[in-house]
Design a protein around this ligand. Structure first.
Ligand code: FAD
Length: 289
């Protein structure tokens, strides 16, 4: 039996584990993929206080991993499939094991949504980090117009021939800092009120795409990136929770004794690293009380 199990090793989960462990709790983090979560793939981490300039999401996440190691916090790399409360203890079932804990922090965050366009066997990507060689001298289509989409578009424009931002709304929904970089770029083209309709391929590469506002062709190849929002990772919760698009309507301290929710998994107005850390801090300290 653990004092605390944290579901999810993104920044919210890591924060709650650090605060709880420092208060003497026996903590286990269960992570189905890699420590760092959503930010791990980002080309650059921005606007988070105390940042090292130009740090990639992967570098940032490796520091989270080191913090867990330094604090001797155990991580089980498993997928949580079920969470139940029975009397005074919680029971978690993963794809490999069953665990019991006195308290739980759900910090399972969110997953990028996929585009409902036939990919004809080609991979559609979510992040620019790691795609530098892939896009070299090719045309890139970035679907989405939020901060995440614009940030990845700006990064990819350093390597690609051209980057087309395809935004369904009538304007980009991003911060002024990114807008002015995009406006002054000579290889980023913005398509507003537009959508990717279909792709055409020849000899294994995408050579043209149809957008609402016209066709884009490149015989050297086109790579597609998708940044059209996230869905919450709450599949393992039962129907006692109010859930919209996977996100759970709850405060950090939930109505169920011993159960806490931290980070992007919650319905909240701002989903950023800082708000995830704040939730994780509250959850970890409250769990240790
Ligand atoms: C492209 C992009 C760039 C961004 N850049 C910035 C930025 O520069 N600055 C900023 O402040 N914010 C940024 N954000 C937002 C930031 O990434 C999120 O707010 C933050 O990652 C949320 O952290 P979290 O721990 O709540 O969730 P997540 O990071 O989503 O972590 C959740 C973790 O839970 C795991 N998990 C999920 N389900 C299960 C399960 N069933 N079993 C086990 N593990 C599970 C996942 O694998 C994941 O590791 C960006 C987001 C995107 C998409």
């Amino acid at each position: 039996m653990r004092d605390l199990i944290v579901i999810g090793g993104g920044i919210a989960g890591v924060s709650s584990a650090l605060y709880a462990k420092s208060r003497g709790l026996d903590v286990l983090v269960i992570e189905r993929d890699k420590i760092g979560g959503l930010i791990r793939g980002a080309s650059k981490v921005t606007h988070f206080a105390s940042l090292v300039v130009a740090e990639t999401g992967e570098e940032f996440s490796k520091r989270l991993e080191s913090q867990l190691e330094d604090m001797n916090i155990e991580v089980a790399y498993e997928n949580v499939e079920d969470l139940k409360k029975s009397d005074d203890l919680f029971i978690i079932k993963t794809d490999k094991n069953s665990y019991e804990a006195k308290k739980i922090v759900v910090a399972s965050g969110s997953t990028p949504k996929e585009l409902s366009v036939d990919n004809k066997g080609h991979k559609f990507y979510h992040y620019g980090n790691g795609a530098e060689d892939l896009v070299k001298n090719k045309t890139v289509i970035v679907n989405g117009g939020s901060d995440g989409a614009c940030k990845e578009a700006i990064y990819l424009s350093k390597f690609a021939k051209e980057v087309h931002i395809v935004q369904i709304m009538d304007r980009l929904m991003t911060i002024d800092e990114f807008k002015s970089i995009i406006e002054s770029s000579d290889n980023i083209i913005v398509h507003t009120s537009s959508e990717l309709l279909d792709i055409k391929d020849e000899e294994g590469i995408i050579t043209s795409v149809n957008l609402t506002d016209g066709e884009i062709s490149d015989s050297d190849g086109i790579e597609i990136f998708v940044s059209i929002g996230q869905s919450g990772n709450s599949e393992f919760l039962d129907d006692n929770f109010e859930i919209t698009d996977g996100f759970v309507k709850t405060e950090v301290i939930s109505d169920i004794d011993g159960l806490y929710f931290a980070g992007d998994i919650r319905v909240k107005p701002v989903r950023q690293l800082a708000t995830a850390v704040s939730d994780g801090c509250i959850a970890g300290i409250e769990a240790a009380k």
